[in-house]
Design a protein around this ligand. Structure first.
Ligand code: ZN
Length: 345
């Protein structure tokens, strides 16, 4: 008997993916606003775990809504001002890359990553390292008190003010900075890691050709039927314009990474409408390019095409940005794990 496609699609979308992410904690509380799996290890005074039904959801909802509203406004005003926070603005500086915590040496959660990138753009910071004032002091640094901290959010949505290393002085802190590197210009910057990533991915990339339904250009042709992946009959390949079609090498590489994020959609079991898919592909490709040191991409064609729609969605739904950055991080982790083993997934 044939199983209806809609039923298969629903099962696929809601299927638990045991390969992704850490095992669920013993006690979880789900914010009913954003579905963020914010967990707390609630214990009684005797050290006994409380039943999850006793955990109060309301503070999470209130804090979450407030944080997402503030974060959405930040991102909207940044985009309105003509800045694209997820795109690298720094030319081949070894201190740059996706923001990382100086305390844990790990990347921040997706929403905080976006907020810190906005602060980087706004203040012309270069370095990736961020920490609290007390952490910098513990490391022997002195925070410039004439500058403002950037507010991000803890797992329980409480505000957390952070300072970039560019706001901190002190010889011991300075050792975190990379001084011994040669600065290349945008045209000669090393894109070997991106080429290596693309090659290792095993993605079917067809350069300078079209197919029965697409002219030659930049497209990801999704598997058909999507629900049947990886046993689909057609699709699941990238059509890419030749490098000379793009205005500069960086644009070519950003475009390739954009299509690679689309390629990761079905592999991370995610599907959405076109505006959301484009936002995720732009954020995800910008993050990979930043992490791998791809120089700035001056091309704004795709952002210009979708910007008003994204802003409209963000204004009416504070959760829109959160959903976009969450999927962008999943796709980013999936693709980066190709060259870094299972370090990220
Ligand atoms: Zn796209």
């Amino acid at each position: 008997m044939k199983i209806p496609v809609a039923k298969l699609l629903i099962e696929k979308l809601f299927r638990k993916n045991s390969d992704v992410g850490p095992p669920a904690p013993l006690l979880t509380t789900h914010c009913t606003y954003c579905s963020w799996n914010s967990f707390m290890q609630a214990t009684s005074s005797k050290g006994m775990r409380m039943p999850s039904t006793m955990a109060c959801h309301r503070p999470y909802d209130t804090m979450c809504l407030l944080a997402l509203t503030v974060a959405s406004k930040e991102i909207i005003s940044t985009l309105r001002a003509g800045s694209i926070p997820w795109k690298n603005e720094i030319v081949n500086d070894a201190n740059s890359g996706l923001p990382r915590s100086v305390a844990t040496r790990k990347a921040f959660c997706p929403l905080n990553t976006m907020l810190l990138q906005i602060a980087l753009h706004r203040n012309n910071f270069v370095s990736r390292w961020w920490g609290t004032q007390s952490k910098w002091q513990e490391l022997g640094g002195s925070v410039d008190q004439s500058t403002e901290p950037t507010v991000v959010y803890n797992c329980d949505w409480t505000p957390l003010p952070l300072f970039c290393i560019d706001q901190v002085a002190g010889p011991s802190v300075d050792t975190l900075r990379v001084h011994d590197f040669s600065i290349a210009n945008a045209d000669t910057a090393n894109r070997t890691r991106i080429d290596q990533l693309v090659k290792s991915s095993g993605a079917d990339i067809r350069v300078g050709v079209g197919d029965a339904t697409h002219s030659a250009g930049n497209w990801y042709v999704a598997p058909n039927p999507w629900i049947a992946f990886p046993f689909h009959s057609t699709g699941d390949y990238i059509l890419l314009a030749p490098p000379e079609f793009h205005s500069n090498p960086a644009t070519h590489h950003y475009t390739l990474l954009h299509e690679l994020i689309h390629w990761a959609e079905v592999r991370t079991n995610w599907i959405s409408d076109m505006p959301m898919r484009e936002l995720v592909a732009e954020i995800g490709s910008g993050w990979i390019a930043t992490e791998l040191g791809c120089p700035p991409c001056p091309c704004r064609i795709n952002e210009n095409k979708w910007l008003e729609r994204w802003l409209w969605e963000m204004r009416r739904d504070s959760d829109y940005v959160f959903r976009a950055v969450t999927q962008a991080r999943r796709a980013f982790n999936f693709i980066m794990s190709i060259i870094e083993g299972d370090k990220r997934c």
